[in-house]
Structure formats: structure tokens, C-alpha cells
Design a protein around this ligand. Structure first.
Ligand code: ATR
Length: 277
């Protein structure tokens, strides 16, 4: 039996153990997946323990996604670009860090919302850690244009600058949002606006009627599963995509990196929805 797990502080609320345990059970992989409450002072000790115990790998959640990088042997280029690791794979005595959040989000957007990204105009609301990982994954899909819109202009500027040179891009402030929405094919909220308990908030004061009917409104917030932004976008005739898929598909990629097998995504989703309900 191979040991896997997730580390974070706090960790009690994590749905990763039920989701990944279901994935292992569903595919008949002989493994267990547990939650470990690891504080910042114990990160180095945990990494050493993972090597000593021969763990197959582990997920990393808040607040350790950047700090863990100092304790790994190799960092995959996508994790380097995201500045964060959420999935660690052990190969022999080496711990290798990956980031599956951004690519998980993009796979969810394509598979669950049926969104085409190549040649499309994308608006990303927010310029924090979550936006950084998603932006790099979006850039790989060859969009026509990416606009990063943020309250603090300098952070939008920094993230836009870090995108590959061949992606047309702009860094904008809230005052430019209306115009950016008018010709956007996809608008993605990466801020925490709208998250419980602030369910009345709209990210950067967005008005869904600024968007084209048929455009995709996407929100990485999954508590609540349908944010006010998504509800208003649906009423405005937009297609909507909620944040639960990002969580499920980041886990699906982790499972695939660990086992080399396709993840049982439908079973994982069913388990998470039941655990949340
Ligand atoms: P995360 O890792 O979740 O992205 P973060 O790095 O703290 O968290 O980034 C939070 C992002 O949400 C930032 O873009 C932040 O805007 P600022 O850079 O101007 O701080 C944005 N954000 C958070 N709360 C917001 C709010 N109420 N309205 C608008 N933007 C908000």
C-alpha cells in the first residue's frame, strides 16, 4: 500500500481525502490518502518524513504552496511559472514539485463549460496567486488576447508582463472593465469577491450585462457553487462555469501524475458534491 496525502494549515475542511480516496478505490490502486495538519515550522520535517516513509506523493494547500518549494529536489517549469506547488511526486528518493491548479482549471473550463480558448479574448479579474497559475495555463492555449484586470494596477501589470511574449495582453484597472467585457469571449473571476460569507459582492463591480450573450462567465469560487456573478451572468444570457471543477481537475491531474492512469473524474465529482452537501 502506497501512502499519499495533503498538507495544510488548517486542513480539517479539505475535501481532498474523500476525493482522492474515491479515485484510488474506483481504479483499484492500492493506496491510502490522508490529511496531515502541518504547520510552517514543520514543513522541512514533513518533506524529510515523506522521503523516509517512501510516500508516493502529496498535495499541498494553503498556506504552504510557495514555502514547500525550498524543500523539494526539482520543480517542474509550470510550477516555477506559477510560483507555487500543489502536487509533489516522489521518484526514487527525489521529491518533484508540480502545479496542477492552472491546468486543472483550464481542463475544467474546456470539459465542463465546453469552452474553446484558442483564438478567444479572455478577461481575468484579479492578480493574486490564483490568477498567476491560471494565466500561465491559459497562455498555453493560444488565446487571441488576455486582459488582466485588478484593483491594484501594479499587480495586474506584473502578471501581464510575466506572460509569454507571443500572447497579446493588457493590464487594466476597474474603470476599463466595462469596455474589456464588451468584446470578451470568456470572463474569469479569480478574486475572493462573492465567496461565503460575502455572497453579495461582485468582483470589481462587474455588471454581467456588459458581457456578450453566449460568452462564458467563469468563477473559481466554489462556496457558494453559484456566485452572484454567475447568477447574474446566466440571466444576461451567458454560459456559466463554477469553481468546483478547478478543485476536481487539479486532483485529477495529481492522481494521473502519481499513477499514470486516467482519473475517474465523474466519481470524484460525485464524492465531492456529496461531501459538500
Ligand atoms: P489568491 O491566492 O486567492 O489569488 P491573493 O494573492 O491575496 O489571493 O490575491 C487576491 C486577489 O483578489 C487580488 O487580485 C486582490 O486585489 P488586489 O491586488 O488589489 O489586492 C483581489 N481582491 C480580493 N478581494 C477583493 C475585493 N473585495 N474586490 C476586488 N478585488 C479583490
Amino acid at each position: 500500500t502506497v501512502l499519499y496525502g495533503v498538507i495544510g494549515d488548517p486542513i480539517r475542511h479539505s475535501k481532498s481525502p474523500v476525493m482522492l480516496s474515491r479515485a484510488f478505490r474506483e481504479t483499484g490502486v492500492n493506496a491510502v490518502y490522508l490529511a496531515f495538519h502541518v504547520t510552517a515550522e514543520r514543513l522541512a520535517a514533513f518533506a524529510e518524513g515523506a522521503r523516509a516513509m517512501g510516500m508516493g506523493g502529496f498535495n499541498v494547500t494553503i498556506p504552504h504552496k510557495t514555502a514547500i518549494m525550498a524543500h523539494l529536489d526539482e520543480i517542474d517549469p509550470t510550477a516555477e511559472a506559477a510560483g507555487a506547488v500543489n502536487t509533489v511526486v516522489r521518484r526514487e528518493d527525489k521529491l518533484i514539485g508540480y502545479n496542477t491548479d492552472g491546468i486543472g482549471y483550464v481542463r475544467s473550463l474546456k470539459e465542463e463549460a465546453g469552452a474553446e480558448l484558442s483564438g478567444r479574448r479572455i478577461v481575468v479579474l484579479g492578480a493574486g496567486g490564483a490568477a498567476r497559475g491560471i494565466l500561465h495555463a491559459l497562455a498555453l492555449e493560444k488565446p487571441a488576447h488576455i486582459a488582466v484586470v485588478n484593483r491594484t494596477a501594479a499587480r495586474a501589470e506584473a502578471l501581464a508582463q510575466a506572460l509569454p511574449a507571443d500572447v497579446p495582453k493588457a493590464a487594466l484597472g476597474p474603470d476599463d472593465l466595462r469596455e474589456a467585457c464588451a468584446d470578451a469571449d470568456i470572463v474569469i473571476n479569480t478574486t475572493s469577491a462573492g465567496m461565503s460569507p460575502n455572497t453579495d459582492e461582485l468582483p470589481l463591480g462587474i455588471d454581467a450585462s456588459w458581457m456578450k450573450p453566449g460568452a462564458v462567465a467563469s468563477d473559481i469560487v466554489y462556496n457558494p457553487m453559484r456566485t452572484r456573478f454567475l447568477e447574474e451572468a446566466e440571466r444576461a444570457g451567458c454560459r456559466t462555469h463554477g469553481g468546483l471543477g478547478m478543485f476536481i481537475y487539479q486532483g485529477a491531474y495529481a492522481f494521473e501524475y502519481w499513477t499514470g492512469q486516467a482519473a475517474p473524474v465523474a466519481a470524484m465529482r460525485e464524492t465531492v458534491i456529496r461531501a459538500l452537501g
